[in-house]
Design a protein around this ligand. Structure first.
Ligand SMILES: *Cc1c(COP(=O)(O)O)cnc(C)c1O
Length: 243
């Protein structure tokens, strides 16, 4: 077994154990493998071990990697799903719209409007999550919690996007209880929007939170998608390799 295959097994076991103790079906939590800084070979290895969805932070790095992996033959008509989980500047929206399946870090209407306008006609609508700043100050990315519902209402009207949910990247909190407390804030915003009755929320089903270090707390608080990088691919050295 390769290390990545072994690591994926361990992460799936952690998700399953947490789902069991939280009385949730294991199928209610998806694993997004965060492949930033790792090359196309690492992605291929994960694909061979059954992984299908990948998260990337650095857009140009991701675009090159997506192209490098595209030719892989997958069984049964499977396709890979690429999620943008890094900050999206205005000048990068076109690359995101043309290359990704999901953009999880939308926190401004202007970015959402550009993504919708630039989504190519032949592609399925871009899946979008609103990034919410549940714990930080004004300088952190993410819409402030009190502004999330209004942003959801505006994004849900855009023609080439599908609003899928909420994502958050809280700072490290000390211990399970503190991690749960901050994840529950994101879960509350998710629920508020979900039951709001706004039009355009038929596929609003994703609460993206939890990483290698805090996925148990995130799943206990209701996460439906954990984003795991180092737990799958190993430790990162913080520079972007050529894929
Ligand atoms: C890097 C990153 C992750 C994965 O972090 P790990 O601690 O390596 O699991 C998840 N989400 C976002 C937004 C990231 O930037």
């Amino acid at each position: 077994m390769t290390t990545i295959e072994n690591n994926l097994g361990q992460i799936h076991a952690r998700i399953a154990a947490t789902c069991a103790s939280a009385n949730r079906p294991v199928t209610s939590v998806q694993l997004l493998a965060v492949s930033k800084t790792f090359g196309a070979d690492a992605v291929r290895e994960a694909v061979l071990a059954g992984q299908r969805s990948f998260g990337e932070n650095y857009i140009q790095e991701a675009v090159d990697k997506i192209a490098a992996v595209r030719a892989m033959a997958l069984p049964g008509g499977d396709a890979l799903q690429w999620h943008c989980i890094g900050p999206i500047q205005s000048n990068k929206t076109r690359l995101v719209a043309e290359n990704f399946d999901w953009a999880q870090t939308v926190d401004r209407l202007k970015i959402a409007e550009r993504l919708s306008a630039q989504r190519p006609a032949g592609m399925a609508p871009l899946n979008v999550c609103i990034q919410v700043n549940v714990d930080g100050g004004e300088t952190k990315s993410g819409v402030m919690p009190q502004d999330a519902l209004a942003l959801a209402e505006a994004i849900a009207k855009l023609p080439h996007l599908v609003l899928r949910g909420i994502m958050s990247i809280p700072d490290d909190a000390p211990g399970f209880e503190a991690q749960c407390a901050v994840h529950k804030k994101a879960a509350a915003i998710f629920e508020l929007i979900k039951v709001s009755g706004l039009p355009g929320l038929a596929q609003f089903d994703t609460l993206s939170m939890g990483m290698t270090g805090d996925l148990e707390a995130a799943v206990a608080a209701g996460s439906t998608m954990v984003r795991v990088g180092s737990g799958v691919f190993g430790r990162r050295t913080y520079c972007t390799p050529t894929p």
